[in-house]
Design a protein around this ligand. Structure first.
Ligand code: WT7
Length: 672
């Protein structure tokens, strides 16, 4: 089969298939756990079998771990591609993450620990600027106040609230406040530029934005409010004005203010009381929308449900990280709340398990490259969840940084976002886990809500580079275009053949994109029932282990962040000097995949037309232009000027050829 990314993905996979190291599960006690939730491969296999053969019984059992405000009538209603889980049940996600724990007598226990980045760019600062702990009772009060403030701004059940905030406890409060009243949140990563805000606010028809004056990043202030102001101006011009902006004072930087629209977070919360019951929502009410990149230029709003999503994240967090309340665990996921990882595994899945979650505002190397290790030692972190790109950066910065710190509290190490190369896996295992902590390489997507293929630490033998076996309820398979399951070690498409509670319920406002993107390419060859298509290529080895090869669509995964090549191309051609652009991924030592842009410049002789000479100055300008249009994460790593882009006879850009050129296995003659 031919998939666009086959060339370098298969090189990578070949080296992974030669991987013969195995790491068996260890007794729970060796790692300081009272027990494993899933204590061996037989238990895993038995539970997995039950979960896919009789999902209704399995999920009804699982659903008992949540607090329901009204009983559901039916576990599953599957009308492909539409699904309803826990039909007509009543439930609230904030109640399950916060209020329930207060009612159960845990109000004074720590729910959230926050550490800021050192505020001054002072390499000598030995201590962090600020550490704050919030209990479940604190969160109950703050989410209620924030929810009341939102109501006062006119937010009602079903109205989408946009959140564009730094990594402070208030972003968690804002998210849970929305959940409290049934207003779906749409979090936009703080690294995105005003244009990205405009696109997302318009698509979601959102009228209220929660932001902050700024956020700290490597000692610099990210001008969040300024970006929101710029976006609001465009939105107003386009006829989609925003009604209100609630702004947290974080950095005290100078900002613009519009009295008719802007309100300070602290003033808004001080003006309301702290009584706001959690709304009894329908199981299928939209909990949130999260925009992610697809193969067109326009990001898509992935819709997640309340009950199914919450249960799926709670269940997966519990089993993957062996979360156990009351056992002195402190779990840390280093992702930003602006991505699905932050939604599912900083907030919902972890808090529903009543295990304290750590939130960190800054960068891994500010003010020094041992920042993470210092935090782990200070707070005695027990589970760490991070990305391969971070691990590769740590390797480069040097072994001495983790070696300086006491990492003995660590018990489980997680990785997510992109395939992890065996070298990075081994480094993580040796230098962070000191050879004793199981590594969970969790494969999933914004669309899947939670982990769909992952090792379970007490049950599944790991192999460096493989995400191993499917989660409970997941009927994953590697299939060909006809939907036939492929034999071991043959590359194909990664499909999920049955519905699961955490799966996306739609693409906001775009039924067609939902059906075509996920449910039209693959189906059961016998019955014609659609399969979920992940857009990833994969192989299974002879033990049934999955090895994910990467995207087979025009999406690239840069440092674990998903970007559509077309988004970057549109940003490039919006520069006056650029006639045409093609963007492809290329191997990158730290990022996994880097961005390589091929551009043709308008003729240098037609200056009125924007024509320029293809030189380094233009390269710099283009890089800054892309950062301004999308955000710094989309900056090309390499910009190559060409006289023309190679096209097929029907006029399509030959991306495969460009990928080979970018990877250095092919030369392009027009290259300058
Ligand atoms: C894409 C989804 C899911 C949270 C972060 C990314 C890639 C993700 C793995 C992994 C190999 C992985 C896939 C997937 N991916 N985790 N453990 N091994 N590939 O979410 O932004 O929706 O991106 O990330 O290509 O399709 P996302």
């Amino acid at each position: 089969m031919s998939t666009p990314d086959q060339s370098h993905a298969s090189q990578a996979i070949d080296s992974m298939l030669q991987e013969s190291r195995r790491f068996d599960p260890r007794p729970a006690a060796e790692l300081g756990f009272a027990a494993w939730h899933v204590d061996g491969i037989e238990t895993y296999r038995e539970m997995h079998k039950r979960s896919v053969e009789d999902p209704e019984t399995f999920w009804a059992e699982q659903a008992k771990q949540l607090h329901w405000m009204g009983a559901y009538e039916k576990v599953l209603d599957w009308q492909p591609p539409d699904v309803k889980w826990f039909v007509n049940g009543r439930i609230n996600a904030c109640d399950n993450c916060v209020d329930r724990h207060v009612r159960d007598g845990h109000g004074d226990k720590v729910a959230l620990v926050w550490e800021s980045e050192p505020v001054k760019d002072d390499a000598k600062t030995p201590e962090p600027a600020e550490i704050r702990s919030l209990t479940y009772r604190d969160l109950q009060r703050e989410t209620a106040r924030c929810a009341n403030a939102l109501k006062k701004l006119g937010v009602r059940k079903g109205n989408v609230v946009t959140i564009y905030m730094p990594m402070t406890p208030e972003i968690v409060i804002a998210v849970l406040a929305c959940a409290r009243i049934g207003a779906p949140h749409s979090v936009i990563f703080g690294g995105f530029a005003p244009h990205a805000i405009v696109e997302r606010v318009t698509d979601a028809r959102s009228k209220v934005i929660i932001t902050a004056d700024g956020g700290y990043r490597r000692g610099e202030i990210v001008p969040l409010k300024k970006n929101v102001d710029e976006a609001c101006e465009t939105l107003e011009k386009n006829g989609n004005p925003v009604d209100a902006v609630q702004c947290l004072r974080r950095c005290g930087n100078q900002i613009g203010w519009k009295n008719s629209r802007d309100v300070w977070w602290h003033e808004a919360l001080d003006a309301v009381d702290d009584n706001c019951p959690c709304a009894p929502l329908d199981s299928e009410d939209m909990l949130f929308l999260l925009y992610t990149s697809g193969s067109t230029g326009k990001p898509k709003g992935i819709v997640h449900s309340t009950a199914g999503y919450l249960l799926y994240t709670a269940m997966t967090a519990k089993y993957t990280f062996n979360l156990r309340p009351d056992s002195k665990q402190l779990y840390w996921c280093t992702a930003d709340v602006g991505w699905i990882t932050g939604h599912s595994y900083i907030i919902y899945g972890v808090m529903a398990n009543r295990v304290p979650t750590l939130l960190y505002e800054g960068a891994p190397n500010h003010p020094r490259p041992d920042r993470f290790w210092e935090i782990i030692a200070r707070h005695r972190v027990t589970q760490l969840y991070t990305a391969p790109t971070a691990i590769r950066a740590f390797m480069k910065w040097g072994d001495e940084h983790p070696a300086k710190h006491d990492l003995s509290s660590l018990r489980i190490l997680g990785t997510v976002g992109e395939p992890i190369n065996p070298e990075a896996w081994m480094w993580y295992h040796n230098h962070i886990g000191h050879g004793k902590c199981p590594i969970v390489d969790t494969y999933w997507q914004t669309e899947t809500g939670g982990h769909v293929i992952t090792p379970l630490p007490g049950a599944i033998t790991t192999k460096p580079g493989s995400c191993t076996l499917p989660m409970f309820g997941i009927d994953a398979a590697v299939v060909n275009e006809e939907g036939h399951e492929l034999p071991a070690n043959q590359g194909g498409l990664l499909a999920i053949r049955k519905p699961w509670p955490g799966m996306l319920r739609g693409v906001f406002g775009d039924r067609d994109r939902f059906v075509k993107g996920y449910w039209s390419r693959l189906k059961d060859p016998r019955t014609g029932t659609p399969y979920y298509f992940s857009a990833d290529g994969a192989r299974r080895d002879s033990d049934g282990y999955f090895w994910v090869m990467g995207r087979v669509d025009d999406v690239i995964n840069v440092s674990g962040h998903r970007l559509g090549t077309m988004e970057v191309e549109s940003a490039l051609v919006s520069h006056p000097a650029i006639a045409e652009a093609a963007v492809v991924g290329m191997p990158h030592e730290i990022k996994g995949t880097g961005i390589c842009a091929f551009v043709t410049v308008k003729s240098a002789w037609s200056k009125q037309n924007g024509g320029r000479l293809p030189d380094d100055a233009l390269r710099k300008e283009l890089t800054a232009h892309v950062a301004k249009e999308i955000g710094p994460i989309a900056k090309p790593d390499s910009i190559r000027f060409a006289d023309g882009l190679p096209k097929t006879r029907s006029g399509k850009t030959m991306r495969r050829l460009l990928r080979d050129v970018a990877a250095g296995v092919e030369k392009i003659t027009q290259d300058t």
